[in-house]
Structure formats: C-alpha cells, structure tokens
Ligand binder design. Structure first.
Ligand code: SAM
Ligand code: SF4
Length: 490
C-alpha cells in the first residue's frame, strides 16, 4: 500500500507528547496534511481584549502534552492570558511567561516535561516558568525542588484561580501554587482561544470518579464535576455563530455527564441538545466509559444525523480477570454486549478503543483473550499502551510485574494483530463514498484531506479549487491500514 497516504487514525503507541498547540493539525490524530487557516466569522477569543488593569504587551508561550482535554484546557488557559493582555509567541525564547501544560499518564510523558524544564536551568533569568496540569498536581511543590527556576505550579482542578495566581506573579510573587483537588467547580472562561479552525472542543465534565487501579487521573484532575447544560448549549451556540459546524464534547468519562442544573439532563439529552443547535452538522464525544455506555446513546446516534458515527469505547483488556484487577467495573462479556448494540445500529458506527498490555499479573492466556477481543470487536483503530506504573495508584504495588521486554513484545503482537484487522476491513471500503469535512491540503501531492463522520482520514484529489472547510463527497480508491485515498465526487 502506498506509504504516502497511510497515516492518521490507527494503532498509535502514544508517548503523550504534543507539539505546541499552534503547530498541531487536529489534536490527538495528527492529520497527514498541512492545516491551512480558514477564515471564520469572528472566532471566539480571537482578539485579546485586555482589561486595562494589567501590564500591556506581555508575551506567553504555552506547550501542551497529553490528551485532547489538555489541548482544550490550554485553549482556555490561553484565553485567560489573552484576557489579561498577554499575547502568544511562537518560541519560548521570545516569551515573558513560559507554561507547560503537562501529562503524567505514563512515566515517559512525565520525563519529557522534566527534560523541557531542564532546558531553563541557566536561561530562565527574567522569565516566569510555570507547570500546569497533571504533572503539576502529581508532583506539587516537589517541582520547585527539582527545578528551582519554576515559579508557578497549578493543577487543572485549580485553573479557575489562574487569574489570581498570574496577578500574584506579576506583582513579584516568587512561587505560587494552585493544588486544591477538593472542588465542585469547573473551569469557566470568558475567552477561549480556538486552535482548530474547524473542530471546536467543549468540555462538559471534568475530573473522574472511577478509580481504575493503573490511572493517575482521579488524583490529578480531582472528582467528577459536570457543567450546567445551559452553559454547554450557549457555548455551542456561540461556536455555531462563529462558523463552526463540528463540535467535540470532552470529558475523561464524557458519558458519565450529569447536569447539575434543575433540568437534570443525562448525557444523551445533552448530546441531542447540542446536535439541535442550528448550524452544527457534526457532534463527536470522547471518552466514553463502558460502564456508562447505555443503549440510548446508540438510539440517539441512529435518530439524530448530526451525531457522528463513531464511539471511542476503551476496553483496556480482553480478560475479565485483568479487568477486575484494573477495577474497570465491567466484564469482557458485558463490554462485548455493548459492542453488539453499536454494531446493530441502523447506520454503521466506527468503534475505537484503548488497550493496555503488560498489566501486573497479565498471563499469556489473559493476553490471548485481549487478542481474541480485537477479533470480536473489529475496531476501526486502537490506541495501545504498555502498562506504566504510576504514583498514587493501587496497581503500583501489585505483584507479578511484567518485564519491559515482554511488554514490548506483547505491544508489537497486539499492534500487528490489529493492523491485519484494519487492512482487511479497509479494503472492503474501496469503492464506497463518504462525506468528508475538508480540514487540510498537502501542497506537494496536490491532495486534500479530511475526516468522515466515522473519523476516518481520507486524502483525495479534486478538480476544484479551495475546499478547506467544505463538506464534500469522496469515493475511496485505495485503502491503507490507517487511512484512505480517494477522489472527489463532483
Ligand atoms: N477515561 C478514559 C477511560 O476510562 O477509558 C481514559 C483516559 S486515560 C487519560 C487514556 C488512556 O491512557 C487510558 O484509556 C489507558 O489506556 C491509558 N493509560 C492510563 N493509565 C495508564 C498507565 N498507567 N499505563 C499505561 N496506559 C495507561
Ligand atoms: Fe482513568 Fe479510569 Fe477515570 Fe478513565 S475512568 S480517567 S482510566 S480512572
């Protein structure tokens, strides 16, 4: 298969590191194509208004590591800074304020942040260096010990305090922290910078009330708290007015959403509500927890054309024994029952997943069950990870750790297995037509690129001129394991 178009969604071994937001194509799934700017009608937060009460002309550089939630948190943090008169610069060397929005989901991601901080050991003079996000929450004031040139350490559960913390730094504060976890508040911003000109993120739920034994998130993002449905709907309306047609609802467990307002909407009500906003053509959501994935979500997708034909439903393991040790709250059979619901939908829905290999005590037989679950689920793509022991998690001290080489072997076997599934499934799609939202162009190859409602990446040729931001019909002519090539059907 031609290598040139074989990129996009697929079996990703993620190390959790992101380029600065401005350099990203579309968050988690780096598109094969260069994203060219599309003019929109006054995207929210595009112009930094400043409030006159802060020094003008200060600059900031913000680099984001980790998941889409972090990408979007950074958009909000950038909005807060713009509201205080700061402007973004492309290089940390040019910035007065350098911020790292961090991830600590796996050890490698945390190490990368400390490597970045090390760069400032002798150069930080005169700059304010800050650490935000999961690593900030996890390491807390220890960061000042390891990197004394850092002045700000703030976890995501304290972002609402950022304006105060920045004000303290501006008035000479040497070390400021926002590390409270015990909150029922969400991070609301007047201004949100939007880094993707076509897909806008809306966080609907923060934190997590599950306690998966391998996962740092409940310790780094705090308890689950949902935003009021009115706040979400008005944000969706503002985005639609600004020209956005695609919205992605975000949460670590997005489908655990519970409206705190008297309206008391469940997740599925909110899905339908956002999809009904005039101008919105596509609504995505991630990440769904299998335990809160009810048949009503599939029914809503079936009934509401604006809801995208894609569900990201992480399984983590195919072995009920391992799932129990992971504290995932479902069995293999219960999970597969939900896959059956999704597969029984009236329109084909693509399903993606996250899988961890090498969890403590995972036997060859457990691993074989994960491989057979891939066969049963027929995922469109998976994100696959080697288990990484994390502080403050109960799995950290579990016996029977799997050696690193064995984890790597299982990861390679898993990815090869999934690759074969994707090659076979994608070949069957040759000749089919899909609606694509065009989000980029590869100038050398004179190809356009975009995603289907199933989140499949298609690069295609067209006789037409500028297609950015348009919805077009594309016929698939070739298929790789992770993406497709096609022709614009005019
Ligand atoms: N809330 C989502 C869920 O329940 O599926 C997952 C969010 S987590 C940020 C993203 C993925 O990272 C997880 O689905 C899991 O596969 C992976 N992950 C989390 N902790 C990990 C660890 N300690 N080692 C390896 N992978 C991990
Ligand atoms: Fe982590 Fe589990 Fe919460 Fe997902 S549901 S964020 S994996 S603790």
């Amino acid at each position: 298969m031609a290598k040139t178009f074989d990129v996009g969604i697929g079996s990703l071994v993620s190390d959790g590191v992101r380029a600065p937001a401005a350099q990203q194509a579309s968050g988690r799934e780096a598109a094969a194509v260069a994203l060219l700017p599309l003019p929109l009608r006054g995207a929210p937060g595009a112009a930094p208004p400043g409030d006159g009460s802060v020094p003008a002309g200060k600059s900031f550089f913000l680099e984001t590591f980790g998941c889409q939630m972090n990408d979007h948190d950074s958009e909000k943090v950038a909005g807060v800074l713009q509201g205080r008169g700061y402007h973004a610069v492309e290089s940390p060397a040019l910035a007065d304020l350098v911020l790292y929005n961090t991830c600590s989901i796996r050890e490698k991601a945390a190490q990368k942040v400390f490597a970045r901080l090390g760069d400032w050991k002798t150069l930080a003079d005169g700059k304010i260096i800050g650490v935000l996000g999961c690593l900030a929450q996890q390491e807390g004031e220890e960061i000042f010990e390891r990197a004394p040139w850092v002045s700000l350490v703030c976890g995501s559960a304290s972002y609402r305090k950022l304006p105060d913390l920045i004000a303290q730094l501006e008035s000479g504060g040497r070390r400021v922290t926002g590390l409270d976890l015990d909150t029922d508040q969400t991070f609301e911003t007047e201004i949100t910078r939007r880094d993707n000109m076509l897909r806008a993120y809306i966080t609907i739920i923060e934190g997590c009330d599950y306690a998966c034994s391998y996962c740092v998130v409940p310790h780094t993002r705090g308890p689950e708290r949902s935003r009021a449905s009115d706040a979400v709907l008005s944000e969706a309306r503002r985005l639609a007015d600004a020209g956005y047609t695609e919205i992605q609802l975000l949460g670590q467990t997005v489908n655990s959403y519970r409206d705190p307002s008297p309206r008391q909407w469940k997740f599925v009500d909110l899905l339908r509500g956002v999809a009904a906003v005039p101008g919105i053509r596509r609504v995505r959501f991630t990440t769904s927890h299998p335990n809160d994935f009810h048949r009503s979500i599939v029914e809503a997708i079936d009934e509401v054309p604006e809801l995208c034909d894609h569900v990201h439903l992480p399984v983590q393991s195919g072995s009920t024994r391992v799932l129990r040790d992971m504290l995932r709250t479902y069995t293999r059979e219960e999970y597969l029952e939900k896959i059956v619901w999704i597969r029984a939908a009236r329109r084909p829905i693509s399903i993606t997943s996250d899988v961890i290999v090498g969890f403590p005590g995972e036997t060859e037989a457990d691993f074989a069950e994960t491989l057979s679950l891939l066969d049963a689920a027929q995922y469109d793509a998976i994100f696959s990870f080697k288990y990484s022991p994390r502080p403050n998690t109960s799995a950290m001290h579990m016996p029977d750790a799997i050696p690193e080489e064995e984890k790597s072997r299982r990861l390679a076997v898993l990815n090869e297995h999934q690759r074969a599934i994707q090659i076979a499934a994608n070949q069957r799609r040759i000749g089919q037509c899909y609606e694509v939202l065009v989000d980029g162009r590869h100038p050398q190859r004179t190809q356009w690129g975009g995603r289907t409602t199933c989140n499949r990446l298609i690069n295609f040729t067209s006789p037409r001129g500028n297609l950015l931001g348009e919805y077009v019909q594309v016929k698939i002519t070739r298929a790789g394991p992770n993406s497709f090539a096609g022709e614009h059907v005019t």
